[in-house]
Design a binder for this molecule. Sequence first.
Ligand SMILES: Cc1ncc(COP(=O)(O)O)c(C=O)c1O
Length: 460
Amino acid sequence: MDTALQSNDIRDVIEADRAHVWHHMSQHKPYETVDPKIYIEGKGMRVWDAAGREYLDAVSGGVWTVNVGFGRESIADAVRDQLVKLNYFANSAGSVPGALFAEKLISKMPGMSRVYYSNSGSEANEKVFKMVRQMAHRHHGGNKWKILYRERDYHGTTLATLAAAGQPQRREQYGPMPPGFVEVPHCLEYRGQYGDIDNYGERAADAIEAVILREGPDTVGLLCLEPVTAGGGVIVPPKGYWDRVQEICRRYDVLLHIDEVVCGVGRTGKWFGYQHFGVEPDFVTMAKGVASGYAAISCTVTTEKIFNLFKDDPSDPMSFFRDISTFGGCVAGPAAALENMRIIEDENLLENVTAMGERLLANLRVLQEKHPVIGEVRGLGLFCGAELVADRSTKQPVTEPEVQAVIAGCLAEGVIIGATNRSLPGLNNTLCLSPALIATPTDIDAITAAIDIALAKVFG
Ligand SMILES: Cc1ncc(COP(=O)(O)O)c(C=O)c1O
């Protein structure tokens, strides 16, 4: 660690934080007696806290974001150069990095053609919902306004995206929710709802069709899905699922929105998660890894066909997408995103993700043989989960304090891991791993070695 802060300054920072900062997703009572955690510096996959302690970060900045690792001077330089040239103009006008990044991004997304900039995953998703509602008014005579989302998926923290949350604990106490959001069943075979069948993926997709038929196909405009469910338990849809989903969407003229906020820009070993499955979405949203947290940026990407619906009648003053995101005009975002993408290409990080992801899964499977508490291991690329169960035959989940004890055990070993958190009652029992795309074999082995020790400590 190379910090200019002296210990007295750090004490002041901690006290200022304790007195004035309201942390995300945090119960603050413990901070009355325990110092809040403050990270001070990062390099590669390592971060240092206020006490100077070093950690290996297996969750890319806590919430699967810092995909190219910490301390990237070339991204900082690109952002700085852009900021001193022109830091901002409202995105009703264009910008140099905005245009160049859109072109570069679209080159990775055959079939897509338009990029709408905003600042967070929630915002990017909400833009899609607004587009769908506007299309319902303008093109479907007020029909096709319902938005389907899947049990266990998450799409953000605003009220509309919470209404689309398949994670009841995220929503609880924040109602009433906006109307028109309808849940379809999850597709996690390990927690199978359809018995022990061969074609689980197709069966799970058919459950979506049943919801469309129940609601009335003329009322349903959009199906919003994560390519691999993230915070709902790292769920890779079973074989056959996506083909059938696409077929159903086409049959009932339901637009398909893939939320790539976590999986997008390399996390799964392809540029986008959906590209593993051969699906052709109508909307794709992304945020976190787009600029690896070096600047705030999110993108709502769609096809020329959808885009054209918003310019079909220039004489109608209400026909265009009447939406704005002030900071969607911050050019630090696309400037950082361009450099982020260059790094992924030049350092062959997609290939690294595939190789290291296989190593991570293989290591976790070895741990599964050793620790009966690991009920299932799943993942795609550098995005893996291990579901912990008290009893393999009944699949009864372990308790949340036990899961938290495993996380604390890893932290004691100097490794930061995550777990499903305040998502599904009784099912916050999956350890989550999303190391940076630059992870080496040594990093991967260190992560699973820490989990091994922590599991032994907590479960014997
Ligand atoms: C799949 C998914 N979509 C959307 C979001 C919301 O993104 P943000 O927190 O940037 O609003 C998240 C955040 O974790 C996410 O995991």
